[in-house]
Design a protein around this ligand. Structure first.
Ligand code: VGL
Ligand code: ZN
Length: 207
């Protein structure tokens, strides 16, 4: 097993599972797939969407705006979501069946009230780093494999941003599920392609 690669498991939290406020269809189906995949990696990072109450990405924080409207944030357009992954809540916890005890880092993101962070590398202002690039670099990790939810938001943005930090990136489609808001899933696949992210099946991954 190469110690120069890491698996990044994105946002496998209760609120993103079917029945949750931002439930992703099939989000629960990928749990056993991810658990199995993670056993093949020495280095695993779990990301955790982690918002303060009243976060700017919540429709409820903006009078007169509806869920899935777009709000003009100082850093550009921001989709407004149902309240989700409020720090310390049950909904923000990892799904109880996620079983990756050897994960070395839990990376929380989105906790600054006025800035969202789909990406595990850069917040939505496109300037503020989460520190994940440094964590990986200091361990000599040059390749990452990304999976989780949602393909078209946090998984896709994380995969594309990783390319900016010169990492080699594979996104495992069968271990990820998307929201697909107005064509966002197609757009995410296209953006990953352009960024040089390899979209792979598990059978294509070599140990
Ligand atoms: C996500 C929307 C809002 C995600 C997080 O994990 O993809 N999507 N917050
Ligand atoms: Zn969020």
């Amino acid at each position: 097993m190469s110690s120069k690669r890491a698996l990044i498991v994105v946002d496998m939290q209760n609120d993103f599972m079917p029945g949750g406020p931002l439930g992703v269809t099939g989000g629960d189906e990928i749990i056993p797939v991810i658990n199995r995949l993670a056993r093949r990696f020495e280095n695993v990072v779990l990301t955790q969407d982690w918002h303060c109450p009243g976060h700017t990405s919540f429709a409820s924080s903006h009078a007169g705006q509806d869920v899935f409207d777009t709000f003009d944030a100082f850093y550009g357009p921001q989709v407004l979501w149902p309240d989700h992954c409020v720090m310390g809540s049950k909904g923000a916890e990892f799904h109880p069946q996620l079983d990756i005890p050897h994960a070395g880092l839990i990376l929380r993101k989105g906790y600054h009230r006025d800035v969202d962070s789909y990406s595990a590398f850069l917040e939505a202002d496109r300037k503020t780093r989460t520190g994940l690039d440094g964590w990986l670099a200091s361990r000599g990790i040059t390749e990452i494999v990304v999976c989780g939810v949602a393909t078209d938001f946090c998984v896709g943005w994380t995969a594309c941003d990783a390319r900016h930090f010169n990492l080699s990136v594979a996104m495992v489609d069968e271990a990820s599920r998307g929201i697909d808001l107005e064509g966002s899933l197609d757009r995410a696949h296209r953006n990953m392609d352009i960024a040089g992210v390899d979209i792979v099946t598990i059978s294509q991954l070599v140990d």
